[in-house]
Design a protein. Structure first.
Length: 364
């Protein structure tokens, strides 16, 4: 049976047989037009090969319909519009592969889709700090964090990039749905379908899907002896279910992030999907101070009460942590710690390999 292969980025279509040979061109074009076609095709090869989107296969007799995807940014606050949006259409038949479309600057435009029922997920595509899991499943499509190691050798996760998005549980694309209704999520105020000049329109309402955590550390003396700092926070979720806009139950991870010396404080900030849900997991803030002599000092503070006292909507809520310590960075010759809040005594050597990179999305 013939198949049609379509490149999602360019919309370039080739009719192909199972043996992958292009047929029928000679019957449609004379030699002069064929030569021109081959020149144009060879010119396009670098463009087509640079696209990372997976090619889709669908039946030759599939009926395509126009659909306009619109974005309403009224629910996005506290952050600029992203570089662009990615919208994924997951066929409800469970047989076809998802369709992926990019919308630079989050601007509305028309696309073409085969007739089918779809679940729709949208998110900004400038998300280098996120790994996407289960890309063929609407219900299980997950934003995940990258694994790393903290300076003390413990397992940790990098913080995610800023993320915004929306989803629609059901969109029917067919001839009778130029003005069909869509089932939107409870968290989405007005995701709906309408029609525009006979073309079906869906509207997505992107909103922030991550929390913004900031922190300040007081009581550290001799800050001029600090070369760099890292910090971690336990009891946090490293994943987000996109279709439900909720955190997986009973998942607790330790996030690793950076910070800076600002005035007489240590400050930093990061994005997170939120604190762990479904289990009782303490939120322990651990500070790693690398001195100019190459020593590593580790200090710890329980901030569970601070985090739990902040109201959240779903899993999203901005948190500012205040950590008060009593600690002095020792001379280069070393020495003992002086703070009762410290979990470490004299600093121990830390190598370059123990001091990994972190995501730095928030500048304090």
């Amino acid at each position: 049976m013939n198949k049609i292969r379509k490149n999602l980025k360019t919309g370039f279509i080739l009719k192909m047989r199972r043996d992958s040979k292009i047929e029928g061109i000679g019957r449609l074009l004379n030699h002069q037009k064929l030569s021109l076609f081959l020149v144009l095709f060879l010119t396009l090869i670098p463009v087509l090969s640079s696209c990372n989107h997976k090619e889709l296969y669908y039946e030759e007799n599939a009926q395509f319909r126009l659909l306009k995807v619109a974005f309403d940014w009224s629910q996005l606050s506290g952050h600029e519009k992203p570089e662009g949006m990615r919208v994924i259409f997951f066929p409800k038949d469970g047989k076809s592969e998802p369709w992926i479309f990019d919308f630079p600057n989050g601007e509305s435009r028309q696309i073409e889709l085969p007739e089918n029922d779809y679940g729709v997920i949208s998110m900004n595509y400038d998300t280098n700090g996120i790994i996407w899991e289960n890309p063929n499943s609407y219900l299980n499509f997950t934003a995940d964090t990258r694994d790393t190691k903290s300076p003390d050798g413990e397992q940790a996760s990098l913080t995610p990039s800023w993320l915004c998005g929306d989803h629609i549980n059901w969109v029917s694309v067919n001839a009778s749905h130029a003005a069909a209704s869509a089932e939107s999520s409870e968290s989405t105020a007005a995701s709906a379908e309408s029609s525009e000049n006979g073309v079906q329109v869906i509207t997505l309402y992107p909103k922030s899907m991550v929390c913004r955590y900031t922190y300040e550390v007081n009581g550290i003396r001799k800050l001029e002896r600090i070369a760099d700092i890292r910090a971690s926070l336990s009891g946090m979720s490293g994943s987000l279910l996109m279709a439900a806009d909720k955190l997986p139950d009973s998942l607790s991870e330790r996030l690793l992030f950076g910070g800076d010396v600002i005035g007489n404080q240590l400050r930093g900030g990061f994005y997170t999907f939120g604190s762990t849900q479904g289990i009782a997991a303490p939120n322990l803030f651990k500070l790693f101070i690398k001195s100019r002599s190459g020593k590593l000092y580790v200090l710890e503070k329980d901030v569970t009460t601070q985090i739990q006292s902040v109201p959240v909507v779903g899993h999203v809520g901005d948190v500012h942590l205040v950590i008060n310590l009593d600690f002095e960075i020792q001379e280069e010759s070393g020495g003992s710690s002086s703070g009762g809040s410290s979990s470490g005594g004299a600093g121990f050597d830390v190598g370059v390999d123990d001091w990994g990179d972190v995501n730095e999305d928030i500048i304090c």
